[in-house]
Design a protein around this ligand. Structure first.
Ligand SMILES: NC(=O)c1ccc[n+]([C@@H]2O[C@H](COP(=O)([O-])OP(=O)(O)OC[C@H]3O[C@@H](n4cnc5c(N)ncnc54)[C@H](O)[C@@H]3O)[C@@H](O)[C@H]2O)c1
Length: 273
């Protein structure tokens, strides 16, 4: 995607952190911006800030885990701005627990938001973007944890983000012929409010005392700023990059992980001798 000015960006999870950084970056490029989040008041504040700068923006309260709500977000986007060109399925939540200690409710919540949220965004927007025939780009927020095991306390989270990578690669192949690109955003630490993700956990899915803050808290505070990441995303979309990484110093860890996988191919080759 080369043209941004006057085109329409939609960002989920845009009331805070990375999503707000993306919304501000796209607004500065002259895009019309739909600021979507489950936290409606905060989304409205971000949208109002953009409007004060002369940007055309609306806020839409959306729970991405709810298919009908995401369809309504697409309806509202097309009604207000007549199209969608850059859709960022970014809303996500995190919890600190190993896979075997996580409850059914933990798995349900993280898969509902992190995985089904991305699927819902793709399902609601991609057919309309194909029909609109103006090309565009999808950015799905995974995590560096989607490519390598991020340690025992992020068991469920890592699984959801690996799913986002796989889902995104499947979509990428089928939408490319329609002139729609796709990037998979795989950040490491970014300074956001993800540490407090439990604030949006539905009451019917219980609560979990957070080990997350003890183990990861400092990492978020010292992380890249969402504004810098927004600039990187903009450049990567322009250059049609498939993966967008925030921390090049994670490369050796990813390399090690894939080397381990390849080593098991070596083992399999020896078995067939
Ligand atoms: N911060 C990091 O270091 C980091 C690293 C890798 C990946 N990520 C991913 O980046 C994305 C953005 O997270 P962030 O770090 O900016 O955290 P954040 O908590 O600051 O922002 C996440 C936003 O998502 C919203 N949200 C939560 N549940 C929702 C739902 N059901 N429907 C709609 N919106 C919902 C929250 O209200 C919040 O505004 C997430 O997918 C996260 O997994 C973050």
């Amino acid at each position: 995607m080369q043209e941004f000015y006057g085109r329409v960006a939609v960002v989920t999870g845009a009331a805070s952190g990375i999503g707000a950084g993306l919304a501000r970056t796209f607004a500065a490029e002259g895009m019309k911006v739909v600021v979507s989040d489950i936290e409606g008041d905060k989304a409205e504040r971000v949208s109002a800030e953009l409007r004060e700068q002369g940007v055309e923006s609306i806020a839409v309260q959306t729970d991405v885990g709810d298919r009908a709500a995401v369809e309504a977000l697409a309806d509202e986007t097309f009604r207000s701005f007549g199209g969608a060109h850059l859709v960022c399925n970014n809303a996500g939540v995190c919890l600190g627990a190993s896979a075997h200690e996580s409850t059914d409710a933990d798995w349900e919540w993280l898969f509902r938001v992190n995985v089904h949220g991305v699927i819902h965004g793709c399902q609601a927007f991609i057919p309309r973007m194909i029909e609109q025939g103006e090309g565009g780009h999808i950015v799905n927020t995974a995590s560096i944890g989607g490519l390598l095991p991020a340690g025992p306390i992020l068991g469920v989270y890592t699984a959801t983000k690996a799913a986002v990578v796989g889902i995104s690669e499947s979509y990428a192949n089928s939408i490319e012929p329609h002139g729609i690109g796709l990037s998979i955003l795989c950040p490491a630490f970014v300074a956001t409010d993800l540490i407090n993700a439990e604030r949006n956990r539905p009451a019917d899915l219980g609560t979990r005392a957070g080990e997350l803050e003890d183990i990861l808290g400092g990492g978020f505070e010292d992380g890249m700023t969402p504004e810098t990441l927004g600039q990187w995303v903009l450049r990567a979309v322009r250059e049609e990059r498939r993966f967008i990484f925030s921390h090049p110093d994670m490369r050796p860890a990813v390399q090690d992980h894939f080397d381990q996988i390849l080593a098991d191919f070596d083992w399999a080759e020896k078995q067939s001798l």
